[in-house]
Write a protein that binds this ligand. Structure first.
Ligand SMILES: C[S@@+](CC[C@H](N)C(=O)[O-])C[C@H]1O[C@@H](n2cnc3c(N)ncnc32)[C@H](O)[C@@H]1O
Length: 482
């Protein structure tokens, strides 16, 4: 089912028996359109064919346009249809409609609490008139009557900017000197994950806070005695602090190395610099975590250490201003920050709908290969906790999420994503957080490696439909993923 968070409406222009300049229009939800899916499908296929037939005489759109991403966002791809559902070939033909030409918009309509923003069902003359009895709001009528493409694009830009203004945290800007397009309005900015059907977080009762710590344990940094902090129970052991000066601990450690068991009581590695220098900034990830794949366990609101504990960071969200910008290099939109970022600095989390593995497979099967770039499997603890593949959850950030959805891939990236957990007893729901893995000057595009393999891990040969990589790095692998 489509999430009801943002209901989309579609303007249908009805075909009449006789040609008319004032064809009847009416507004419908996708559920209503499904009832006449065969007609809609026939229309889309006819339209696709007509665009294909005319392709030679039309200006070819570069792949660096919004329509490429709009196309993938076909609501039909997201419909869970019952046994009368169209075949796979039907949904793939819907999602493979060629891009519209410059003077058209794909007719997707977005509604919000203020009413309708834009409509333009197809190329040709402006919509001459709309039957106001079938249009839900006066704003929609006015906009529909005056929806020239350039006007519409400005409406869309203004609406997108309005939505960005409402996103909590440091401001997000939109910048495009390449063309008049705006990222799709079919995207809802959400501050937290949205849990969909069949997805459950561990109950908050399972969340423990550290009880032996206090806000002031000498250095005013919260959980500074990492041997004591319960939140760091599963964190990496700081072996450099296990020495012969404490023979009992050394013996326990040697026993642990041979026999395994709990690491409670050993000193742990604190994830962030608690006190800074010019290079090692307070709050930035320490090199051990920066260069490893170890999960980061942050303190939480059940802890005794208080709000200012330095082991709380990602949970407070983005603090740097970000800018979504059109790359102009065939990679669509990208993301950058408006200030310098230090090595190990937290940028933002990845947000989206959390869906079951089964639902992720369904969405992948009914979408293009590029869909994979929005799906993150929450599988960090699968092996250690023995969680079967089908029981894992996946984050889908394509239609709901945050600005990190715009971070492009680079084979020599400047950011990396890390696992951050606030509830060590919940191995299926945790945060994916982006940190700068080197100094990043203001304005430089943020990138990470979509494959993110461990060093030495073998990467499969690219398949026939591998997406070519345009990162331009000296060591570019030439494709995004296999
Ligand atoms: C998660 S999205 C990133 C944001 C995207 N550029 C946009 O405009 O919405 C991933 C998609 O961006 C494009 N992309 C990202 N990195 C790329 C690269 N290095 N080369 C080519 N395309 C890239 C691909 O279309 C990919 O499927």
């Amino acid at each position: 089912m489509i999430s009801p968070v943002q209901e989309e409406q579609f303007l249908v222009r009805w075909k009449t028996e006789t040609r008319t300049n004032t064809p009847p229009f009416s507004w419908h939800t996708i559920e209503e359109l499904v009832r006449c899916l065969d007609n809609v499908q026939a229309y889309l296929e006819a339209r696709a064919k007509s665009i294909r037939d005319n392709a030679n005489t039309r200006k070819r759109k570069s792949p660096d346009t919004a329509s490429d991403f709009e196309r993938r966002a076909s609501p039909f791809d997201r419909l869970q249809l019952d046994s009368r559902a169209p075949s796979a070939s039907r949904s793939s033909s819907v999602s493979s409609i060629p891009p519209t030409t410059d003077d058209t918009y794909n007719g997707v309509l977005d509604t919000n609490e203020h009413g309708f923003i834009f409509c333009r069902p197809f190329s040709g003359k402006d919509i001459a008139s709309v039957d106001v009895r079938t249009v839900p709001t006066p704003e929609m009528t006015i906009t529909a009557r005056s929806a020239k493409v350039d006007v519409a694009l400005r409406y869309i830009r203004a609406e997108y900017a309005r939505r960005l203004d409402k996103v909590p945290g440091a401001r997000i800007h939109l910048f495009n000197t390449v063309d008049a397009t705006t990222p799709s309005l079919r995207f809802k900015y959400i501050p937290e994950y949205v849990l969909t059907e069949g997805v459950y977080r561990a109950s908050s009762e399972t969340q423990e806070g550290c009880q032996q710590c206090s806000p002031h344990m000498g250095r005013d940094i919260g959980c500074e005695y990492t041997k004591k902090c319960d939140c760091l129970e599963y964190a990496a052991v700081d072996e450099s602090r296990i020495t012969g000066s404490d023979p009992q601990m050394l013996a326990q450690w040697n026993d642990y190395v041979v026999n395994g068991g709990s690491t409670i009581g050993f000193p742990k590695k604190f994830p962030y610099f608690a006190e800074g220098t010019k290079i090692q900034r307070t709050g930035c990830l320490v090199p051990f975590y920066l260069n490893s794949r170890r999960p980061i366990y942050e303190c939480n609101n059940k802890c005794n250490c208080g709000d200012h504990c330095r082991n709380k960071n990602v949970q407070f969200g983005r603090t740097v201003e970000a800018e979504i910008f059109k790359t102009g290099t065939g990679r669509g939109w990208g993301l950058r920050c408006k200030e310098d970022l230090h090595e190990g600095q937290f940028i933002d989390t990845y947000r989206g709908e959390i869906i079951t593995d089964e639902e992720a497979t369904r969405r992948e099967d009914s979408s293009s290969k590029a869909k994979a770039s929005y799906l993150y499997s929450l599988d960090k603890f699968a092996e250690s906790e023995g969680i079967a593949q089908e029981d894992l959850y996946v984050v889908d950030g394509e239609f709901m999420g945050g600005p990190t959805k715009f971070i492009n891939h680079c084979c020599e990236p400047n950011c990396r994503q890390y696992t951050v957990s606030y509830n060590k007893h919940d191995p299926r729901v945790y945060d994916i957080a982006f940190f700068a893995c080197q100094f990043i000057p203001a304005g430089e595009e943020l990138t990470f490696d979509y494959l993110d393999k461990d060093e030495g891990e073998v990467i499969d040969e690219p398949g026939e439909d591998a997406i070519p990589c345009l990162c331009g790095a000296a060591k570019c692998r030439k494709w995004l993923w296999t």
